[in-house]
Design a protein around this ligand. Structure first.
Ligand code: R5P
Length: 282
């Protein structure tokens, strides 16, 4: 068994290969003069773990080409981050179900698929090969443990993210709640935890994705007004678009951690251990 990866998942794939004690295959990536992607793999094995986060359209094309280049092998696809997953339904007539479109394309040429904290597990039904989702909530919990905070409150930005936040919180036995928006008037909205008071305690806001960071930045300002001492943010997928990292730090977040499902300077947590565990015990 060998591991192979696209350009955007080199660090995670290398960690995974080390964890599996497997060789990683060299791939030469290039482009034709018109901008089309091209690649050439080194020597493959009978069984291949293909690792490729879809973070944008280029990485999607590169992954499709890589799977095709591995056609002689039995391929297991690791899809650490799947862009387009948030458009998982038609919100109005004429729109695509982008998650379904991407899932269909990525089902070709592979035997099975592993996703990591996919935006919504119902998306798995759009793959035409067996697909399973793993959670790295426990690894986010370990990062929080290392902060050595006294009595932290783990906060989900909304009700929908509560199950994930509960998983993170249970790894350290911490209290957990979710933020709730209350409209006070046409212009004024407050954001506060639904049940728990944050006065004089540190808070860690956790989510599957941080995209613009808008939700967390607004919440941070209000949580400090409510007496929180220190606020941290951790997520699985650091999309961090449009200057989000800067906005979070200048908004008062003490530290931001994301994982290597999207490889960033603040990828302080790795998904490699959980992926390796899942590959060993499917
Ligand atoms: C939404 O469904 C996701 O789980 C995140 O809560 C969302 O993507 C965060 O967005 P932003 O960082 O832009 O506020």
């Amino acid at each position: 068994m060998k591991v192979i990866c696209t350009e955007r998942s080199q660090i995670l794939a290398t960690r995974l290969a080390k964890g599996l004690k497997a060789e990683i295959v060299d791939v030469k990536f290039s482009r034709f003069p018109d901008g089309e992607h091209f690649l050439e793999t080194g020597k493959l094995d009978d069984e291949t773990i293909i690792v490729g986060s879809v973070v944008d359209s280029d990485s999607l094309v590169q992954l499709v080409l890589l799977v095709d280049a591995c056609e002689s092998s039995n391929n297991h696809l690791v899809l650490p981050y799947m862009a387009y997953a948030r458009q998982d339904k038609k919100f109005k007539e004429g729109e695509p179900v982008s998650a379904r479109a991407v899932a269909r394309v990525l089902s070709g040429g592979v035997t099975d698929i592993i996703t990591v904290n996919i935006h919504d597990e119902t998306i798995l039904r759009h793959f035409s090969v067996p697909a399973r989702n793993i959670s790295i909530a426990r690894d986010l919990g370990s990062w929080i443990q290392n902060l050595e905070l006294t009595n932290p409150l783990i906060l989900a930005p909304d009700d929908g993210a509560m199950a994930f936040a509960e998983d993170v919180a249970s790894s350290g036995g911490w209290e957990c709640d979710h933020l709730e928006k209350t409209r006070l008037s046409g212009e004024t909205v407050t954001i506060a935890p639904k049940k728990v008071c944050v006065t004089d305690r540190p808070v860690v806001i956790v989510d599957d994705i941080i995209s613009t960071g808008g939700t967390i930045t607004t919440a941070t300002r209000m949580l400090y007004q409510q007496g929180a001492t220190d606020i941290f943010a951790a997520c699985v997928h650091g999309v961090l678009t449009g200057g989000a990292y800067v906005r979070l730090l200048s908004g008062g977040i003490r530290d931001v951690a994301c994982t290597d499902t999207i490889e960033r300077g603040c990828s302080k947590i790795s998904a490699a251990n959980e992926i390796a565990r899942s590959l060993r015990n499917p």
